[in-house]
Design a protein around this ligand. Structure first.
Ligand code: MG
Length: 296
């Protein structure tokens, strides 16, 4: 069900036909759409597997199992899968030949908690959040003590191997996304339950960090942008859409708690949502932000 809360949402609405593409996960997360082979891959964290939906046939099957309790996924500019692995406490890239490259697994010698979600910038750097959900218990990873002692946001440079903390004042950092011009980085804090907006400096550090939006139902998790710079955020009753000024302008309701989302389909106008046991999609009248592979 589509709920318009502000006239600015009228450009975004779809046909109100929510489809359930799959049911049978414990906690579905990390949807990523591969335009080259028209498929959606996502994580089912507690079941330690990743699944793939084929857009041509509608079929769903395993993509990777075990999957290192993978959570968030995204694509880099070459269309390669970048994954946050709770279980192995690292961020990896799956190469074109299928081999897996470790992008980052520690900072100053200490292992990460459990990388949650990642985004790739057009300069190739990979920015990710590291809350403790994968080490809090054995449910979403392996119970362990935090070596770092905090839940931070990091920037990894695959070209040099450098890993640096870019924000250390979060409680549970989670979803993150760049503005269309990449001058801003939006980051969710799920515990405090808001989205903050940081300015990205030319040196690849962050300044600012004011609160942009608060969550009005459930908690924020994954976020993505559309091609007008609006922010679409996973929340308790569905996906909340925010104008870039932070105003909640509309919601798309789903029957289960939503964890994450991605714009996909050949035109980027189909919203895919991971929601607890299920994956849903809906066609919209808006397109996702241009993908890195389309900007090259
Ligand atoms: Mg998340």
């Amino acid at each position: 069900m589509i709920e318009m809360l502000d006239p600015r949402f009228k450009d975004c609405r779809g046909d109100d036909q929510v489809e359930r593409l799959y049911q049978g996960c414990r906690w579905a997360e990390g949807p990523v759409y591969f335009p080259a082979h028209r498929s959606l891959v996502w994580s089912d964290i507690p079941n330690d597997r990743m699944l793939r939906w084929d857009e041509a046939t509608g079929g769903v099957g395993p993509f990777r199992q075990p999957a290192g309790y993978t959570n968030g996924n995204t694509l880099d500019a070459e269309g390669r899968l970048v994954s946050c692995e709770h279980g192995n406490r690292r961020v990896t890239r799956t190469e074109h030949d299928g081999s897996i490259t470790v992008i980052a697994d520690r900072h100053q010698g200490k292992r990460f908690n459990s990388p949650n979600d990642a985004v790739v910038r057009s300069d190739g750097s990979i920015w990710f959040t590291d809350p403790s959900y994968g080490i809090d218990s054995d449910y979403e990873g392996h119970r362990a003590e935090s070596e770092i002692g905090g839940c931070h946001v990091y920037r990894a440079d695959p070209a040099t191997g450098e890993v640096r903390i870019v924000a250390d004042d979060f409680v549970r950092p989670n979803g993150l996304a760049f503005s269309l011009d990449e001058r801003l980085l939006y980051i969710v804090d799920t515990r405090v339950n808001h989205i903050r907006a940081f300015e990205v400096t030319p040196q690849g550090t962050l300044t600012g960090g004011d609160v942009l939006a608060e969550c009005s139902k459930g908690v924020f998790d994954g976020i993505r942008l559309d091609d007008a710079g609006r922010i679409w955020a996973a929340a308790g009753d569905g996906v909340h859409c925010f104008d870039p000024d932070g105003t909640l302008i509309g919601k798309i309701h789903f029957p289960e708690t939503v964890s994450n989302l991605v714009f996909g389909g050949p035109k980027g106008n189909r919203l895919f949502v991971t929601a607890t046991t299920s994956v849903y999609s809906i066609m919209l009248t808006v397109n996702g932000a241009p993908r890195l592979i389309d900007r090259r």
